[in-house]
Design a protein around this ligand. Structure first.
Ligand code: NI
Length: 176
């Protein structure tokens, strides 16, 4: 947080598939796995392109998060299906050590393509919808603290959850 690249709009990927895109996705996967994230956006590793990844076979930091399919999403577009919002705790690998209570739309549809250019279109709700909204926000220069309605609910993870993030309850999430 503080890097101008994280506050800028990322550019569409023009060439799908490509060796450069494949290499970027390998870097993103390695980074996400090393930091135990549930998702990552390309600008978070310094690449201003519209690429996000999310989901994992196991997400040890998010035992209550439910199922999120392991996905590479290039040039994503989100359509809101339900304007009702839920608030839940989020963290971000670009805002280490912090958590905030963030409103997100409950139900969305997202479209894009995978790394090979095959179209993806899915409906998502709950944590799945939250992760996608969090990651796609990164592509528009938005970090989750900008979405917090009441900054009383933004703070250090170690203070908010002294027993550890695994005990923060089923409504809580930590996208990236
Ligand atoms: Ni993030």
């Amino acid at each position: 947080m503080g890097d101008p690249l994280l506050c800028a709009r990322a550019q569409e990927v023009a060439d799908v598939p490509s060796p450069a895109l494949a290499a970027l996705i390998t870097d993103m996967r390695d980074t996400m796995a090393a930091l135990f994230g549930a998702g990552l956006a390309a600008p978070q590793i310094g690449v201003p392109l519209r690429v996000v990844i999310f989901g994992a076979p196991t997400m040890p930091r998010y035992p209550d998060a439910g199922e999120v399919p392991e996905t590479v999403l290039v040039n994503p577009v989100i359509e809101v299906l339900d304007t009702d919002e839920d608030e839940a705790w989020e963290g971000c690998l670009s805002v280490p050590g912090m958590r905030g209570l963030v409103p997100r739309y409950r139900r969305i549809r997202y479209r894009g393509s995978d790394a090979e250019g095959r179209p993806i279109e899915r409906e998502a709700e709950g944590f799945h919808a939250r992760v996608v909204q969090h990651e796609c926000d990164h592509l528009d220069g938005i970090l989750y603290p900008m979405r917090i309605r009441d900054l009383k609910f933004f703070g250090y993870e170690s203070v908010l959850f002294p027993e550890g993030v695994a005990h923060k309850g089923p409504a809580s999430t930590d996208p990236s």
